[in-house]
Design a protein around this ligand. Structure first.
Ligand SMILES: Cc1ncc(COP(=O)(O)O)c(C=O)c1O
Length: 440
């Protein structure tokens, strides 16, 4: 038994001009909830076989008998305990924007932790936090921003949604509580009940760098403003240069009311996210009383010191421009190589956020059945060749649909870009050919 579930509004454009399996007419996709009993076997059970030299007491995040034991990393390369090198074409989970092994980030972290590691945000503020908020505030596409730092993207989104509700309550508009998609949905729901529209400027993990048409975000912003609905930009993945601009919304000069960031803010060196609320929202909420909210690790001074140093690196090494130019180069290499494979339905993205959609039939856009586990086969084949890629499934209909997502550090070299493209070419060919019934 499955239940229909409307996905968040999405859209897709292809750098190759090929249509993707994403529904381009309505820019919406339908997700299906799959009961646990029907879930494919890859979702069930995680072995407790410990990798050599470990205790096996970790509740593992992913299935598989032999997780790699990572011991060090530098630039775009990770090494495991056996001394084997892996080219990190995923930047972890599209996180490590400034690259691995940055001594200056580690030094900033150690210096701040040695001086003051923790001071509770309800009682204290700190110099690094005040400085970071001022510095990052100047880069954000948010008017007169007020920054609420937390420990990651999920906490930041939770904070944002609570803030949306607090804003409407503070303005004496308690009837607004829903989160909607587009104007049609807004009208159907009654515009006076809709609190906010939440979306990724360029959809990352779930759609692999799907870039909307140019008019999309300006139109969404206009509809939201007209109805008094807040616009919340989820820039957890797209922020801090990932798409070749400081923030995804910068591509369309759209200024959300609330922006949510994490990942690239500290490039993985410290678990940090934040919510940037416009001055209007901050003032409306706080003038009605305190914003009753908080986490033990919010407003952390070490996180702020790390984020400051990451910001400095992004600026001084001009890494946002590097993301734009290297991303274009990577997509070109992929077009020239893997683009000729029959299983490649689309190559898309912006900056160094790149998605490759794999399909069973390029003409009809038919996806591979989920049971074939094509994504997993490609990830495995790439890993065997020393390449780490990010992946996603379900982009076609919530179950089927195979995506390989690339998000290497912005310091990735040209040789490494060529290696990523070549290795992926061989990995996809092997994965598809290795399943005879699926060979296309
Ligand atoms: C767009 C987006 N929002 C939110 C999150 C959640 O962030 P976190 O994993 O830091 O909680 C993610 C994580 O991948 C994300 O990609």
């Amino acid at each position: 038994m499955t239940s229909p579930l409307r996905a968040r509004s999405i859209s897709s454009a292809s750098s190759s001009g090929r249509p993707s399996t994403v529904n381009r007419t309505s820019y919406t996709a339908t997700l299906r909830l799959v009961p646990v009993a029907q879930a494919p076997p890859y979702n069930r059970g995680v072995t407790r076989t410990p990798p050599p030299g470990t205790g096996g007491r970790v509740f593992r995040r992913a299935p598989g008998a032999n997780p790699l034991v990572a011991v060090r990393a530098e630039g775009s390369t990770l090494w495991d305990s056996a001394g084997r090198a892996y080219l990190d074409a995923a930047g972890g989970a599209i996180v490590v924007n400034v690259g691995h092994g940055r001594a200056s980030v580690a030094a900033a972290m150690a210096e701040q932790a040695g001086r003051l590691a923790y001071a509770h945000g309800s009682t204290f503020t700190t110099e690094p936090l005040e400085a970071y908020a001022a510095e990052v505030g100047a880069r954000l596409p948010v008017d007169d921003p007020a920054i609420y730092p937390v420990s990651g993207g999920s906490e930041a989104m939770e904070t944002a949604l609570k803030l949306v509700r607090a804003y409407h309550l503070a303005r004496g508009d308690p009837g607004r509580w829903m989160v909607a998609e587009l104007e049609r949905a807004i009208e159907a729901a009654d515009p006076d009940t809709v609190a906010a529209f939440v979306g990724e400027p360029i959809v990352g993990a779930t759609l692999g760098g799907a870039v909307p048409p140019d008019g999309y975000w300006p139109r969404v912003a206009e509809v939201c403003r007209r109805h008094g609905i807040l616009l919340v930009a989820d820039e957890v993945m797209t922020g801090f240069g990932r798409t070749g601009r400081w923030f995804g919304m910068d591509h369309w000069k759209v200024r959300p009311d609330i922006l949510v960031a994490a990942k690239g803010a500290t490039s993985g060196y410290w678990p940090l996210g934040f919510v940037a609320a416009s001055g209007e929202i901050h003032d409306a909420v706080t003038s009605a009383g305190p914003f009753v909210h908080g986490f033990t690790y919010s407003h952390n001074p070490v996180g702020a010191a790390v984020a400051r140093e990451v910001l400095r690196i992004l600026e001084t090494e001009e890494l946002i421009g590097a993301s734009a130019s290297k991303g274009a180069r990577l997509r070109g290499l992929l077009e020239d190589g893997i683009g000729d494979q029959p299983a490649v339905g689309d190559i898309r993205g912006a900056g160094l956020l790149v998605g490759i959609e794999l399909v069973a039939d390029r003409t009809t856009r038919r996806p591979f059945p989920r049971a074939a586990r094509v994504t997993e086969a490609v990830v495995g084949a790439a890993r065997e060749r020393g390449l780490i890629v990010y992946s996603s499934t379900g982009c076609a209909d919530g179950v089927d649909g195979d995506l390989i997502v690339l998000g290497p550090p912005f310091v990735v070299t040209d040789d490494e870009l060529v290696r990523i493209a070549d290795t992926l070419d061989a990995s996809v060919a092997e994965a598809v050919a290795g399943v005879p019934t699926l060979a296309v």
